[in-house]
Write a protein that binds this ligand. Structure first.
Ligand SMILES: Nc1nc2c(ncn2[C@@H]2O[C@H](COP(=O)(O)OP(=O)(O)OP(=O)(O)O)[C@@H](O)[C@H]2O)c(=O)[nH]1
Length: 341
């Protein structure tokens, strides 16, 4: 179910664990992956305070994955009064810590990061890794969770009435629409929001239906690190083409994010056809007369050939007046004149 695993813990999670138990012969263990914003305590508590769950399952261990590039900023986050720092909680509750993405920081930065983690949790073993590649025998079947140790750290651990508050400044925004998106416009937009709000973007991801392309496009990022690309999965015949995204972060400007994403929506139908004479923007203040030679080329709306001696070819990424126009007839296709207004 959607929502916060730590808040719905006495509901959905317990029901799911009990249902799974009836199929226990078909699996070895249950791995619960919380979001980075979950409080681990109530999740772990489930294995001790429910009437039946403790007889069905043993809590083997809590593994926390820390992003080497971002963990210090998350630990330094100032939280509103009464709100726990989730990153600190997750580190403190861990039996094993994967210090992941070590390729994104200098080697010399790792030791101070580990010191910071050890200050919060002196006993958890730390594994430096990339792409979380760690021998699974270090993580599963380790019998590492200790109730005694946990109660020393958090005497209220077994108190089922304890409430926890989430940071109200952290939220998520998601939306989807049916149709197509211009991925070149998305690149421009993502660049801009990374510049303006990147530090507050904890996680963002989406699956997009790109105009002119058969394959699905997946974009995702953490903070200012964005990646996106076509994946090895085509839109199936008859499958509804749609675009969806989610942003999770702090002080999100939901209107800006929604409007920016919707601005990338486009029609697969283009205004011009192959052979049409147009005027295209070639730089900030430069324009040139051209002919359309290809539609939807490498996710760009057009490929055009300029009417210069070299017959230069270029992409026109977006089918909008700012990028490509009908030449003004009176000027006989004078490129500069097309942008006079
Ligand atoms: N450079 C680098 N990137 C990594 C590493 N590990 C994961 N990533 C990238 O980080 C992004 C998030 O990876 P996920 O494994 O989906 O992380 P997650 O936190 O479980 O993501 P969600 O649960 O989907 O929020 C992806 O783009 C990964 O390719 C790493 O060691 N180095």
């Amino acid at each position: 179910m959607n929502g916060c695993i730590c808040c719905t813990v006495r509901g959905d999670l317990v029901v799911a664990l009990k249902k799974l138990y009836s199929k226990i012969s078909q699996f070895d263990a249950v791995i619960i992956e919380t979001t980075g914003l979950a409080d681990p305590a109530p999740v772990a508590q489930t294995f001790f305070v429910d009437d039946q769950v403790p007889e069905m399952y043993t809590l083997d261990g809590i593994i926390t994955v820390a992003d080497a590039k971002h963990i210090i900023s998350r630990l330094d986050d100032e939280k509103p009064q009464g709100v726990e720092n989730e990153a600190a909680e997750q580190v403190a509750f861990a039996d094993r810590i994967l210090l992941n993405k070590i390729d994104l920081v200098e080697e010399a930065e790792l030791a101070p990061i580990e010191e910071r983690l050890k200050a919060l949790n002196p006993t958890a073993q730390i594994f430096r890794c990339e792409k979380s590649r760690v021998d699974p025998t270090n993580l599963i079947g380790i019998n590492a969770f200790s109730l005694e140790k946990t109660l020393q750290m958090d005497p209220e651990f077994l108190n089922t009435d304890a409430e926890h508050e989430h940071d109200p400044t952290v939220s998520s925004i998601s939306t989807k629409f049916e149709g197509f998106l211009n991925v070149r416009q998305l690149d421009i937009w993502i660049d801009e929001i990374i510049r303006t709000m990147g530090a507050n973007l904890f996680r963002y991801k989406g699956v997009l239906s790109v105009a002119g392309k058969k394959n699905k496009y997946v974009f995702q990022g953490v903070g200012m690190l964005f990646s996106g690309g076509f994946v090895d999965a085509e839109w199936a015949e008859g499958e509804k083409r749609e675009c969806c995204f989610v942003f999770i972060g702090k002080n999100l400007d939901k209107t800006v994010l929604l409007e920016g994403f919707m601005d990338c929506k486009c029609s697969e139908e283009l205004r011009f056809k192959i052979g049409d004479s147009v005027v295209v923007r070639t730089g900030m203040h430069t324009y040139a007369a051209a002919h359309i030679i290809k539609l939807w080329d490498d996710a760009n709306a057009y490929r055009v050939q300029l009417q210069d001696e070299e017959k230069t070819q270029m992409f026109v990424p977006i089918d909008e007046e700012d990028f490509v126009k009908v030449p003004k007839k009176a000027d006989g296709g004078n490129a500069d004149a097309a942008w006079d207004d």
